[in-house]
Design a protein around this ligand. Structure first.
Ligand code: SF4
Ligand code: SF4
Length: 368
């Protein structure tokens, strides 16, 4: 892989960069470089903070920021992330898109001649040719009512010979963050930022030609001038996409803050207590998906019986954590409906029911 550094985005930037680079080290150059690095580092630090907040939550991050000395490990991670982002800003830049990001490579294998991408209309643009100054020719513009009154750029310039619409101005190449020439066709490096579309449209407007020489288009629409057809493949992709979006929406809407899985302890049936009551032992696994601890209590919902926790089971699920506890459900004989009795157990947080858990209670058939 060849690392190809793109130094400039615009002519103005290029001039500034060249001047600054050529300048001998003096107070002004030092000041500009230091300000630049401070800005880059500050932006990197902000991005690193948001990245960390994404991983550990904003509340926790704000807590860390109030007392960074107590979280030195997190602070070191933050500075490492900041340095990585700073390196990208300062030197790596578009190589992150070209070399690191897998998006372009994945897109490449999915494209065909009907895929809509940022594309140069070579049918309209070629053969390309440069303008030359109007001073060198007789203006053919007939709109002028008096000499020198015409202000249009098109009137001041002319194409050397009649050619396509591309005037080979390289505006689209200069603005491209990955440094490619989209006129050479769709390329792996293109990140679909559309900067070339905007710059070419500006050029087309200034020379009074229709915009859209570079636009979103498919190879077939440019070559055969056919409009996009809703093919079977597109219909199939649309159906799959709709299905996936529906699934995602369903999962988001039905997502609960707390997951609970209740199962009878494996390998055990029921136990008859000395007083004749029947007990079953259960395992409860809880997952807290929130950023807050969830204290809870369990209460019988559809039965009269007792819940007895095993050992010193914690009745709080810590934030973003799992909890597992064991408890007995003890029923009077007359509550046992048969070999399997359906139970409902309510989970309450501060007196408010947050979940209902169902379970099967097994007991001897004799009590039916
Ligand atoms: S869309 Fe962006 S990355 Fe792609 S060619 Fe145009 S300017 Fe370059
Ligand atoms: S900006 Fe448009 S006119 Fe200029 S070189 Fe690119 S495609 Fe051609």
């Amino acid at each position: 892989m060849v690392f190809r550094k793109i130094e400039y985005w615009t002519d103005g930037d290029a001039q500034q960069q060249k001047l600054l680079r050529a300048m001998p080290w003096n107070a002004e150059k030092t000041k500009k470089r230091v300000i630049k690095f401070i800005i880059f580092f500050s932006i990197s630090f902000i991005i690193a903070n948001f990245f960390l907040a994404y991983l550990i939550s904003m509340d926790e991050l704000l807590g860390y920021l109030q007392n960074p000395a107590a979280h030195i490990g997190t602070l070191i991670s933050l500075l490492i992330f900041t340095t990585v982002f700073f390196f990208v800003y300062w030197w790596f830049r578009e190589q992150a898109c070209i070399v690191v990001c897998p998006y372009g490579r994945l897109q490449g294998v999915l494209l065909d001649k009907n895929s809509i991408v940022v594309a140069y209309d070579y049918q309209r643009g070629e053969p390309r040719g440069k303008f030359k100054k109007a001073d060198d020719h007789d203006c053919k513009c007939t709109d002028c009512k008096e000499e020198g009154a015409c202000k249009s750029i098109a009137a001041k310039f002319e194409v050397i010979v009649p050619k396509g619409d591309c005037i080979d101005c390289f505006a689209c190449v200069r603005v491209c963050p990955t440094g490619i020439d989209i006129r050479n066709g769709t390329q792996l490096e293109c990140v679909n930022c559309t900067a070339c579309i905007d710059s070419c449209d500006a050029i087309m407007t200034s020379i009074q030609k229709p915009t859209g020489l570079i636009r979103y288009a498919s190879e077939n629409s440019i070559l055969k001038k056919v409009k996009l057809k809703f093919t079977t493949r597109i219909k199939a992709y649309t159906a799959v996409l709709a299905l996936l979006i529906s699934l995602l929406v369903f999962l988001l809407v039905s997502r609960t803050d707390l997951d609970a899985r209740l199962m009878r302890t494996a390998g055990m049936t029921y136990t008859t207590l000395p007083d004749g009551r029947i007990s079953n032992l259960y395992n409860l696994k809880l997952t807290n998906k929130t950023h807050k601890n969830i204290p809870f209590t369990l209460k019988p919902e559809n039965f009269k019986g007792q819940i007895e926790y095993v050992g010193s089971s914690s009745l709080t699920v810590k934030k973003e954590d799992y909890e597992q506890l064991q408890f007995f459900v003890i029923l009077n004989r007359n509550e046992v409906k048969g070999w399997k009795t359906a139970l409902q157990i309510g989970m309450y947080q501060n007196g408010k029911k947050i979940k209902t858990i169902t379970a099967k209670f097994i007991g001897p058939e004799i009590y039916n």
